[in-house]
Write a protein that binds this ligand. Structure first.
Ligand code: CMC
Length: 432
């Protein structure tokens, strides 16, 4: 962090002494006022529920310019990565800082493939779940359970252990996600195959069965790979902040990622693509759009246009553009040119982008508006969408967790509060 020449001065209307606070400059983006000494200097906290203006850490991994609609992983634009890199190259860059050379990529892909199997005992763990359990419930539990199987890489203070855990988590997520799916449909688990790419291997574990050969086109594998690239990291969002907060206490990485998965499940975060597709199904046809938009604008209805809006993007989400392109490619490949949900989505997008309600609030489509349609076309059931998001985001979570643990000044995360409850009172009966 580079200190700025400019300082912030905080003054008070009751004539208490003002305080001077340092400001830091990042390489890009807004400067940050360092308020760490505020409480010791003034006895006051800052109040910022929802972290509207608070940087919780410094990070060199992902940069978002929400006004421009720009997303960079390690300085590489999401457009370039989506066009020129695959998911494992993207993982390498997120974890290590730079895109890999050819040799580095090959070695990394081999290492990931070698760790894709999960401990054979894990299947008994799965059998404890009801068959109709939500796959995110199974995934949260099974990722947390990995710490019970891989004790030998849990010393978080050892960089080698951290690397091994990172590889294990990235490698095993597709296997666990596919197992959660297979369990729900009553089919046998499919073991990973080391000669396939990360995405092709996942699709095979999801959709093959012992009775027939499985074949999937490159266009569809590439579409899944792109979904993974677009969701791989997104700086300090709710689930990543959850992983960092859990990790700040020294908890093991498997437990931290399980916490991140639990947070991701919410409909305002990773559950939005499932909610967005369900919304399109509920609207049903373009003639119902005006009625739906009216409901969305009604504050009392609690209806939101799912797949629209973002805390950081106040412009078109760059991932949504790429996902829309992928949507065309996949539907063309499958001969679904007239897919009614895609047509409905395009119509809804057009109307919303012209409507003053959305324009004035800078509400644009986010990545989830189109990713549900792509996943449905790939044959992925709606209930699995958030699991796919978790599989993609795991690399971001673990890269952010590793960055935090390696930070020399790292402290346990401990927000403060503005207390608005009772002042001291008697606990004797009848005295309340
Ligand atoms: N539909 C209708 N109105 C909306 C929507 C929406 N999707 N999103 C925001 N608004 C309104 C909101 O009611 C508020 O209006 P007003 O100023 O009149 O009170 C205004 O826009 C500002 O919204 P906000 O709630 O302050 O924005 P936020 O930054 O707190 O919330 C959000 C961001 C993503 C939670 C929200 O836009 C939302 O719920 N969107 C739908 C769910 C969704 O698509 N989530 C996926 C996010 S992208 C994937 C990810 O990164 O996890």
């Amino acid at each position: 962090m580079t200190p700025s020449d400019v300082k912030a001065t905080l003054s008070f209307s009751d004539n208490s002494p003002s305080v001077e606070l340092p400001i830091y400059k990042g390489t890009m983006g807004p400067d940050a006022i360092d308020i760490r000494s505020l409480y010791s200097q003034t006895g006051k906290f800052t109040y910022d529920p929802g972290f509207m203006s608070t940087a919780s850490c410094n990070s060199a991994i992902t940069y978002i310019n929400g006004d421009k609609g720009e997303l960079l992983y390690r300085g590489y634009s999401i457009d370039e990565l989506a066009q020129n890199a695959d998911f494992l190259e993207t993982c390498y860059a997120l974890l290590k800082g730079d895109l890999p050379t050819k040799q580095e990529k090959q070695k990394f892909a081999e290492t990931i493939a070698k760790h894709a199997l999960v401990h054979e005992q894990m299947q008994f763990f799965f059998r404890g779940f009801r068959r109709d359990a939500h796959p995110m419930a199974i995934l949260t539990a099974s990722v947390g359970a990995l710490s019970a199987f891989y004790h030998d890489s849990l010393n978080i203070n050892d960089p080698y252990h951290r690397d091994v855990s990172a590889i294990r988590i990235i490698a095993k997520l597709p296997t666990l996600v596919a197992m959660a799916y297979k369990y729900s449909v009553g089919q046998p688990f499919v073991y990973p195959r080391n000669d396939l790419s990360y995405s092709a291997n996942f699709m095979r574990m999801m959709f093959s069965n012992p009775c027939e050969e499985y074949w999937v086109s490159d266009v569809l594998v590439r579409a899944l790979d792109r979904i993974l690239i677009l969701h791989a990291d997104h700086e300090q969002n709710a689930s990543t902040s959850t992983v960092r907060l859990a990790g700040s206490s020294g908890a093991n990485p498997f437990a931290c990622i399980a916490a991140g998965i639990a947070c991701l499940w919410g409909p305002a975060h990773g559950g939005a693509n499932e909610a967005s597709l369900n919304m399109l199904k509920e609207i049903g046809s373009p003639d119902k759009i005006p009625k739906f938009i009216k409901q969305v604008k009604d504050k009392n209805s609690n209806v939101k246009l799912m797949g629209f809006g973002h805390r950081v993007y106040k412009n078109y989400d760059p991932r949504a553009k790429l996902m829309r392109e992928t949507c065309y490619e996949v539907l063309n490949e499958l001969g679904l040119y007239n897919d009614p949900l895609f047509k409905l989505a395009m119509e809804l997008e057009k109307i919303a982008l012209e409507d003053q309600y959305f324009v004035s609030r800078k509400l644009y489509p986010n990545v989830d508006f189109y990713s549900g349609i792509v996943q449905r076309a790939l044959g992925i059931p709606t209930s699995m969408f958030t699991c796919i998001f978790a599989m993609a985001r795991t690399v971001g979570w673990i890269a952010q967790w590793s960055e935090m643990i390696a930070e020399p000044d790292q402290k346990i995360g401990r927000p403060r509060q503005l207390f608005i409850g009772y002042i001291p009172r008697s606990a004797k009966q009848g005295n309340s």
